[in-house]
Design a protein around this ligand. Structure first.
Ligand SMILES: Nc1nc2c(ncn2[C@@H]2O[C@H](COP(=O)(O)OP(=O)(O)OP(=O)(O)O)[C@@H](O)[C@H]2O)c(=O)[nH]1
Ligand SMILES: [Mg+2]
Length: 322
């Protein structure tokens, strides 16, 4: 059996070292990644992907920690992907999360992985989907994905997750305008965390009013608002219940999201493959020269792209290298 298939079998058997190794392969986008994903793909699709998004410091990691405990009580195996928006070398965030979640480190029903975004736009690491696929194939029931929601990422996590939980804190909803339209649209479930500090009820009321104005969505789901104190765990069982209700009532929505995810994934990979193919086709430096011509306004970008794309379909014997 080839190496990818052997590793995939060990991942499916729940071998912790194999899971860690598979994650590194897909996260590094090493050449073995394609074969590994191919071997794992038929065995995926069972896990529930839950996105936890919200402002920095809203308590997402603390909430994830509490959620792990609650889900374990319900006999579910839990994978966690914490996306660190900073570089892996600079930040305390990843380390802090690791230390906090250490309590679960010896539990074979829990697997925690931190990823760096490496400066990509948006808060999701590019490999998040493949790392989740490893956890999925390894049989984890719930995969919790923590990301800081700022700007574009909110849309991204909506694509990456089956269920999106938006974490707010008291005060966030006092000024209705402060709640960005984007965040209202992606939430399947709202959490007002830090419910132990004053103002949580008022924030919940503001969100409720906003939701009342926008109405339930086409499928008839109106996002519930759950108050939590992530440090004590109060409200966390209710949060899990709310996620379960959405997973049940929103099956069609989730299926559509998964379809959209597959579509985006394939399209993105085609772009990458064609770009690679083009780079193999061109003489070294040729692409840079075309780009320079566009910069110097001797060539427009559309014509440049059309000329370059035409090279890919040119006969193979015109190719340089390969
Ligand atoms: N009072 C109170 N504090 C909380 C609660 N949940 C989290 N905190 C505190 O809020 C701070 C931030 O918590 P984190 O869980 O690190 O927040 P985060 O959203 O993961 O932060 P980033 O990952 O940096 O965006 C910590 O000091 C927590 O102890 C809560 O329910 N009540
Ligand atoms: Mg965090």
């Amino acid at each position: 059996m080839e190496a990818a298939a052997v590793l995939a079998d060990r991942v499916r058997a729940g071998d912790v070292r194999a899971i860690a190794r598979a994650m590194s392969i897909v996260d590094d986008e090493s050449p073995a990644a394609a074969g590994l994903v191919a071997a794992l793909h038929p065995h995926g699709g069972r896990a529930r992907l839950v996105g936890i998004t919200g402002s920095p410091g809203a308590g997402k990691s603390t909430l994830v920690d509490s959620l792990i405990g609650e889900l374990r009580r319900r006999q579910r195996r839990v994978g966690v992907i914490a996306v660190d928006p900073t570089s892996p070398f600079s930040g305390g965030a990843v380390l802090g999360d690791r230390v906090r979640m250490q309590a679960h480190a010896s539990d074979p029903g829990v697997f925690i992985r931190s990823l760096a975004t490496r400066g990509q736009l948006g808060g999701l690491a590019r490999s998040t989907g493949d790392v989740a696929a490893v956890l999925d194939a390894a049989g984890f029931d719930d995969i919790l994905m923590e990301t800081v929601g700022v700007g574009q990422d909110e849309v991204e996590i909506a694509r990456a997750a089956d269920v999106t939980v938006v974490v707010l804190v008291p005060g966030a909803g006092d000024d209705v305008q402060a709640l960005k339209a984007g965040i209202m649209e992606i939430a399947d479930v709202f959490v007002v965390n830090k419910a132990d500090v004053p103002g949580a009820e008022r924030t919940a009321a503001s969100v409720r009013m906003l939701l009342g104005m926008s109405g339930a969505d086409a499928q008839g789901w109106r996002p519930p608002i759950v108050l939590t104190d992530a440090r004590s765990g109060r409200g966390v069982a209710e949060l899990v219940d709310a996620v379960e209700r959405f997973a049940d009532a929103g099956q069609d929505i989730i299926a559509a999201r998964r379809g959209a995810r597959s579509g985006l994934r394939v399209r993105t990979l085609v772009t990458v493959l064609l770009m690679r193919e083009l780079e193999d086709t061109l003489v070294p430096g040729e692409l840079d020269r075309v780009v320079a011509a566009v910069s110097a306004r001797r060539l427009d970008p559309y014509t440049a792209a059309r000329l370059l794309a035409a090279r890919i379909v040119a006969s193979p014997d015109t190719r340089h290298g390969g």
